[in-house]
Design a protein around this ligand. Structure first.
Ligand code: PLP
Length: 458
């Protein structure tokens, strides 16, 4: 963190006018501002009696435990390197567009057509046809007990995750979050004053949640259980049996279930993922989804949450909190919401990309092969989502700080991926890599990683 040096201290002898708005010296007069020399007698500027010294601004203490390394410090280095003319392999986010995954043209055309209608604010929960399409799809998938009022549109699932946690948590309330996690969950829990309690997902068991570990971590303050399926960062897809057992725990301890299912339509080998909300009628489940992944539209910032289950009858006050927070931001991006009906109702082109002979699957298989070829690197094969979360063998690679590991890889090989601790993984032996790049780029990327690791202990 930057600390204030003596030389940083604003000079409180300068007048407001001289300092400019931010306490910095005011701008030099521009040429066009008139004659360079002003020889008129200057009026003395009277200093207010109780003028406060310019405070040094620090970030809010609410952010003390908030960490989001996916866009963390190494981003600045990557940006600097790009400005210096280097090509960086940006593997730090699941951003589909730069890798040539375009959204279906029909969706884009519908949004263009509707842009004139998207100029105004709309209902804070979102556009009716979008919510109706989400409701109908959810009913087809077996999610019970929902109507249109149970669906909230947001600026990506991200905004709604934050909103739901802000609405739910009092200071010190606990949320069970997988470890490793998609770090937004931990960050938003902390920001809302809550405590992220990480439950183990067991690498030796295909990264499935350790149910005993979950039980052992429940306390009187535990309010919710987060389930990310298919999982980011591990690529695990939980079998129905695991989902049912997670629901049993939620039922037993009266927990709200947050189901992050943004990758629900991205699974391989023909595996189908039922929404966890479709496996129970009684429990209050909030399901998060959106257009960012399966429809390749992360830039549109369109996501939604669905409140389902009889349990929501005991949550009217919390739901009022959601309504307050969604009204406070008036509404989410309107033009983007015009994409939803076409996206959900039309041909589901994501299915093609997942076929064994097609791009996403071929890239996934290529990565898997290359990972296994590198000595001391291992991974489970992801069955869903867009990532591998490989493990570095401790006996071979002595990684003390995996953020430094990631930074050195970036500096040396121009490969930008995220270290495991960025996903709240406790050891320093993992990193996440997306398999979005085409195979000809993956070849270069894995040659780079292999070479970097071959010399790692030199
Ligand atoms: C598991 C998970 N949840 C939520 C999000 C956020 O999605 P959105 O783009 O809809 O905000 C992501 C984005 O990568 C994600 O991986």
């Amino acid at each position: 963190m930057k600390t204030m040096q003596n030389s940083d201290k604003p000079d409180d002898r300068l007048s407001e006018q001289e300092r400019g708005q931010n306490g910095e010296p005011g701008p030099e007069p521009r040429k066009s501002d008139g004659p360079q020399q002003d020889n008129r007698p200057q009026k003395a500027v009277k200093k207010p009696e109780n003028q406060r010294p310019q405070p040094y601004l620090t970030k809010s203490g609410k952010l003390d435990n908030v960490c989001y390394d996916i866009r963390g410090e190494n981003v600045l280095l990557a940006r600097q390197m790009e400005e210096d003319g280097h090509r960086i392999y940006q593997l730090n986010t699941g951003n589909t567009y730069p890798f040539g995954f375009n959204a279906p043209e029909e969706i884009i055309q519908d949004v263009i057509h509707n842009i004139p209608k998207g100029q105004g604010y709309i209902s804070s929960k979102g556009l009716f046809p979008a919510r109706k399409a989400i409701m109908q799809e959810s009913q087809i998938l077996g999610i019970q007990d929902i109507d249109i009022e149970d669906i909230y549109m947001g600026n990506g699932a991200s905004e709604l995750i934050n909103m739901a946690l802000q609405a739910l948590l009092n200071n010190g309330d606990e949320v069970l979050i997988p470890c490793p996690d998609y770090p937004l969950w931990t960050a938003c829990t902390s920001l809302a004053g809550g405590l992220a309690v990480h439950y183990l997902c067991d690498e030796s068991n295909g990264w499935l949640p350790d149910l005993d570990d979950i039980r052992s971590k429940i306390s009187a303050r535990t309010k919710a259980l987060v389930v990310i399926n298919p999982n980011n960062p591990t690529g695990a897809v939980y079998p129905k049996e695991t989902l049912l057992r997670l629901l049993e725990i939620a039922r037993e301890y009266k927990l709200l279930v947050f189901a992050d299912e943004i990758y629900q339509k991205i699974t391989f080998n023909g595996i189908q993922v039922p929404p966890i909300a479709s496996l129970c009628e009684d429990l209050f489940v909030i399901t998060f989804n959106g257009l960012s992944k399966a429809y390749r539209l992360p830039g549109f910032r369109v996501g939604w949450m669905i409140l389902s289950g009889h349990g929501k009858r005991y949550a009217a006050d919390f739901i009022e909190g959601l309504d307050i927070l969604s009204s406070m931001r008036l509404c989410s991006n309107v033009p983007g919401q015009y994409a939803v009906q076409t996206a959900l109702g039309g041909y589901q082109s994501i299915g093609d990309l997942l076929l064994p002979q097609n791009r996403l699957n071929r890239q996934r298989e290529y990565c898997y092969k290359r990972i296994l070829e590198i000595p001391g690197l291992s991974s489970t094969e992801p069955e869903g989502a867009l990532y591998f979360f490989p493990k570095l063998d401790k006996e071979i690679y002595q990684v003390e700080d995996d953020a430094v590991f990631a930074r050195e890889l970036l500096r040396e090989k121009k490969i930008f991926l995220v270290q495991g601790t960025g996903f709240n993984q406790k050891d320093h032996q993992h990193f996440r890599i997306t398999f979005l790049p085409p195979v000809f780029d993956l070849e270069i990327i894995f040659d780079g990683i292999a070479d970097f690791l071959a010399h790692y202990n030199d």
